[in-house]
Design a protein around this ligand. Sequence first.
Ligand code: ZN
Length: 189
Amino acid sequence: MNTQRVAELIRELLVEIGEDPDREGLLKTPERVAAAYRFLTSGYHADLKAIINGAVFESHANNMIIVRNIEIYSMCEHHMLPFFGQCHIGYIANGKVLGVSKLARIANGFARRLQIQENLTHEIARAISDAVGAEGVGVVMECRHLCMMMRGVEKQNSVMTTSSVLGSFHDDAATRAEFNNLILRDAKC
Ligand code: ZN
């Protein structure tokens, strides 16, 4: 990303919305916004292979592995406004497991781009499945969208839920039910 060019564009945007980019409070805003965008869109340059490398471990476990309540912050591709919430991930290993922090890093790699929640959910599931050759993967995401809360229909309390199920999570109703039960449980710690 060309930070200087993005800062110039933000300065032009400030003029177009009726602001004075030379007033004191806005003097450094174009540079700050450019820096924020560099971070918020860093997923375009995330090397998922590098993230995953070294964190795939042999395991004989064939039970379900669940990580709940991974915080998600992304931006909708329709309005470039944030959406945020929780992501729950489950998979059944097939000889290989992922280091637990890597699940969150994989989720961030896809969240830090312009997204729609449906695709984000699916991309995370696909990446985990590909990384460990899991027997099945399930991802459920619950997010609030500022483009709905601040503008348009102004539905401040609506939460959008999306899910993506692959392999045995897709084919086997009992596996899917176990996943749903486990992610719905109240945290005990
Ligand atoms: Zn939107």
